[in-house]
Design a protein around this ligand. Structure first.
Ligand SMILES: Cc1ncc(COP(=O)(O)O)c(C=O)c1O
Length: 386
């Protein structure tokens, strides 16, 4: 582990030392329940309020528009199920895309199978892009919810959130976006994007696991599915995970606009370096995704004729952590639904692609080492196949 090189930041990121320090202070000194009236409670309530305030400020929204949750999965579930239940009197049609995270796709499936909602899954093209025209065609009078992710977790591709938000401006449908992957590299402004609901998760941006938030536009209501106390404006019952929430605040504070820009540039350099090295060695590879419309920290590569499960294991043995698509299926290696949506389910890319995702700690030297391994693997496999 010590010398291992981590290239799987889209799965999760290491917790920043400053975040650990802040959380440790809270865990050791501030154990009060933020809902308690006495001084212990008042102190932690203040910390909670400050965290909400800092996060709301970062998103240019009101404090009351931030609901803390246990992460991206809960935020997506709360937004989608809560809106579908609340608005079903106005229609039962939902729109999403074929490339969403399972926490959206499985939630849609649940609503369809258990409650009779109708779901339209928008297709993407070979580069993983969603055409706004497809969305326009799918939108109906009885559409009550549209859920489209801001950036895809397997390819890094960006989706046309602002354009969809504009189209929905005078439509009854509630617009939700899963911004879990986008937030680390993009300044997210829900008002500017035209979204009503937005999901985020701390562990993708050097914060702790098990905490996230759901931005909910003021005056919008949905049916909560956690019932109990009156925390989080009555939208999410349960004593708040205070240390993690404060850690999340710290992680977001570290991500100033300037820091995001610097990281963006750094990942572009690392991405270009890897491409250059593979090109020089004449490795036959394709980028799954659109180079001109993606986050530079996620690189999904189809290495021709190189089996992805073997690549993952061989690289693991050599000390490199990469992945095949999403990490969210508990160690399962199944074909990527994202690549299937791009190419069809029988395309060789589904069995020959790997995802490399950069993070703050990655260096050019590490990318050089990874490039050498990929070159060696590709040359060896192609020799064996001759
Ligand atoms: C796009 C996207 N949405 C949602 C999630 C789920 O977030 P969490 O792990 O916080 O539940 C992930 C995690 O991989 C993700 O990449």
């Amino acid at each position: 582990m010590k010398d291992a090189i981590y290239f799987d930041h889209a799965a999760t990121t290491p917790v920043s030392p400053l975040v650990i320090q802040t959380m440790t202070e809270v865990l050791t000194q501030d154990f009060g329940n933020p809902s308690s009236i006495h001084q212990f409670g008042r102190k932690t309530y203040k910390l909670l309020t400050e965290a909400r305030n800092a996060i709301a400020k970062n998103l240019l929204v009101k404090d009351s528009e931030i609901i803390f949750t246990s992460g991206g999965t809960e935020s997506n579930n709360a937004a989608i199920i809560g809106t579908a239940f609340k608005k079903q009197i106005d229609g039962k049609h939902l729109i999403t895309t074929a490339i969403e995270h399972p926490s959206v796709l499985q939630t849609m499936k649940y609503l369809k199978e258990q409650f009779g909602f109708e779901v339209t899954y928008l297709p993407v093209d070979e580069k993983g892009n969603l055409a706004v025209e497809m969305f326009k065609q799918a939108l109906r009078e009885d559409t009550i919810l549209v859920s489209v992710m801001a950036a895809n977790n397997e390819t890094g591709n960006l989706l046309p959130i602002q354009e969809i938000g504009e189209i929905l401006r005078n439509h009854q449908a509630i617009f939700h976006t899963d911004a879990v992957q986008a937030m680390g590299l993009q300044q997210v402004d829900p008002k500017d994007l035209g979204v009503d609901l937005l999901s985020a998760s701390a562990h993708k941006l050097n914060g702790p696991k098990g905490v996230g938030f759901l931005y909910k536009r003021a005056n919008l209501s949905f049916t909560p599915f956690l019932h109990g106390g009156e925390q989080e404006g009555r939208f999410r019952a349960g004593t708040e995970n205070l240390a993690s929430i404060v850690g999340f605040k710290k992680a977001i504070e570290i991500l100033s606009q300037n820091e995001r820009k610097q990281r963006f540039k750094k990942y572009q350099t690392l991405q270009d370096l890897l491409f250059r090295r593979l090109d020089e060695a004449k490795v036959r590879y394709y980028l799954n995704g659109d180079l001109n419309n993606k986050l530079p920290n996620i690189l999904n590569l189809h290495l021709e004729k190189v089996a992805s499960n073997l690549t993952l294991m061989k690289l693991d043995l050599k000390g490199f952590a990469i992945s095949i698509g999403s990490a969210c299926t508990a160690g399962n290696i199944s074909d990527s639904h994202v690549l299937a949506a791009m190419y069809g389910k029988d395309h060789p890319a589904l069995k020959q692609s790997i995802r490399i995702s950069f993070g703050e700690g990655n260096t050019k030297e590490q990318v050089e080492k990874l490039a050498n391994e990929l070159i060696a693997l590709s040359q060896k496999t192609n020799k064996e196949k001759k």
